[in-house]
Ligand binder design. Structure first.
Ligand code: BES
Ligand code: MN
Ligand code: ZN
Length: 531
């Protein structure tokens, strides 16, 4: 999928005096489809007195009555996100119009605040993109609705990024990107493969920046999805390490991958206790993006990288166990975010850290009842080997103290309980830092990759008491996601910290089974907004 911008220097749909010339310049640009948004008021103007000026009225004049005709046959709905396609006629060519189609998409009634929200625009973008997909349209010229509505520039940037995020999501095909995985039933790429954003001189700079950011988000999401979707016999800890190292060849990222020996030397007894059941060696990946000043405190992202979670000796039931290949989606989203950050040359220091291993049962595997020593010095009684994510994360959280971070965010498919609590809509957010909570909540709204805050109160720590060690690795069934987060919080006292439980949002089950690329949009939007 290709994304670009095309600047029509004088085009300004907002200015009634320039409306006609603006529309004409867009229509005269050769494209398979021009996408324009209209509101209920535009339809009213079209049907009303002929002297009224409105987007559709002017368009109708230029297109020799095509819009009126569409309205007469009932195709111009005034409901939000309804679409209507106008196809080229002889009269269009005679008038110098070079677009083959005009896709009209309805904004709804702009008098309501809801219709002016980012959520509404995203709905509209989705509807239009769906129409462009899988037909004979290859490229489309897209006039962003909020330009015509005179929105502030941050809003326009968010809208552009979201539109690109959705277009990239729609275009993703696992089999096209990983052709070796399907021998006969090859996937085909979408025929729609080029989205061109139309802008004018006033917005050219912001538009170009937002398009570059959107493209980086898509690249990051695509990588995250690929890593999540690859089978666990291929996407091993070693593979994740190589994938991260591969990025250091394409970008300015600095990547270090440590093996078992180095992990032992660091004293990560908790992490190693999970890895010891598998013959596949664990890896500890550190990725650095040095976009800010030297010495400027970095934001650190930590991702859970269990490339397959059988549960270990506390073996999981067999049903849908294949989905536990997605237990490295935290790691994949950190790697994907680091890639996006590097591609957009973000002017901040960001470090991505990934502890990765398999959780397997074997003669070497950790037993329930074993006590291990974490890098922090705290001992942990492992009461359930299936609560392994927190065991690899706690050592990574201790390790990152050395960076004296501005903030640390860990991302993990940590608990089934989070899926029960929040379903597949919001990721669980845990943090005692109000600043981080607000920033992540806002970034979630801007990217529609949303979070919902859950508690971390001291009272829940009671459930983690152990008779034999400093802490137990499980807190029983009640509030399972909260006690998991409480466990992690014991290793994060030296810095500002937030935990994202993405067990319900990182992938989809059923017919659309696959990784979603979340929370890359959330994390990138958060990083973009940091001052
Ligand atoms: N990777 C799982 C969490 C998970 C389960 C994610 C289902 C997505 C869907 C994690 O390692 C795990 O097994 N957690 C246990 C914790 C329990 C043993 C305290 C769980 O959620 O059941
Ligand atoms: Mn588990
Ligand atoms: Zn797990």
């Amino acid at each position: 999928m290709q994304f670009s911008t095309k600047i029509f220097s004088q085009a300004d749909i907002n200015n009634p005096k320039q409306l006609k010339a603006s529309l004409l310049s867009l229509l005269a640009h050769p494209s398979d489809c021009l996408v324009l948004a209209y509101s209920k008021a535009d339809v009213d103007a079209l049907a009303g007195s002929k002297t009224k000026i409105g987007l559709l009225t002017e368009l109708d004049r230029l297109l020799g009555g095509s819009v009126t005709h569409a309205n007469l046959v009932g195709d111009l709905d005034v409901q939000q996100a309804c679409v209507c396609t106008l196809r080229a006629e002889k009269s269009w060519t005679a008038a110098g119009i070079k677009t083959k189609r005009v896709l009209l998409v309805c904004l709804g009634d702009m008098k309501s605040a809801d219709a002016r929200s980012l959520t509404a625009f995203s709905k509209i973008a989705r509807a239009a993109l769906k129409h462009l997909s899988n037909g004979s349209i290859q490229n489309a010229l897209w006039f962003i609705p909020s330009f015509s509505l005179g929105h502030r520039s941050e809003f326009i940037a968010e809208e552009v990024r979201l539109t690109i995020q959705y277009a990239g999501d729609q275009a993703y095909r696992f089999g096209v990107r990983q052709p070796a995985m399907k021998f006969k039933a090859k996937d085909k790429p979408d025929t729609f493969n080029h989205l061109i954003f139309a802008g004018n001189d006033n917005c050219a700079k912001e538009l170009k920046a937002a398009v570059a950011e959107g493209m980086a988000i898509v690249e990051g999401m695509n990588l995250t999805k690929d890593l999540g979707n690859l089978p666990p016999n291929i996407c091993t800890p070693t593979y994740l390490g190589k994938a991260a190292q591969g990025l250091s060849k394409k970008t300015a990222l600095k990547v270090e991958v440590m093996g078992r020996k180095q992990i032992e030397a660091l004293g990560m007894g908790s992490f190693l206790s999970v890895a010891q059941g598998s013959s596949t060696p664990p890896q500890f990946i550190v990725m650095r993006h040095q976009g800010g000043k030297v010495g400027e405190a970095p934001i650190v992202l930590v991702g859970k990288g269990i490339t397959f979670d059988t549960g270990g000796i506390s073996l999981k039931p067999g049903e849908a166990m294949d989905e536990m290949k997605y237990d490295m989606c935290g790691a994949a989203s950190v790697i994907g975010t680091m890639y996006a950050v590097a591609l957009m040359r973000l002017k901040k220091n960001v470090i991505g850290v990934v502890p990765t291993c398999e959780n397997m049962p074997s003669g070497q595997a950790t037993r329930p009842g074993d006590i291990v020593k974490s890098m922090s010095g705290q001992t942990i009684e492992i009461l359930n080997t299936d609560a392994e994510g927190r065991l690899i994360l706690c050592d990574a959280l201790t390790y990152v103290e050395r960076f004296k971070p501005k903030a640390v965010i860990d991302v993990a498919t940590l608990t089934g309980a989070c899926v029960i609590a929040l379903g597949h809509v919001h990721s669980g957010l845990f943090s005692d830092d109000e600043g981080l909570v607000n920033a992540l909540t806002r970034a979630g709204h801007a990217s529609l990759d949303t979070v919902w805050r859950l508690p971390l109160d001291a009272a829940y720590h009671e459930q983690l008491k152990s008779n034999f060690a400093d802490v137990a690795n499980i807190g029983g069934r009640p509030a399972g996601s909260v006690t998991a987060a409480c466990f992690l919080s014991r290793f994060t006292e030296k810095y500002k910290w937030a935990h994202l439980d993405i067990a319900g949002t990182a992938w989809k089950s059923g017919a659309a089974k696959g990784a979603t690329g979340r929370p890359v949009p959330l994390l990138v939007n958060y990083l973009l907004e940091q001052k």
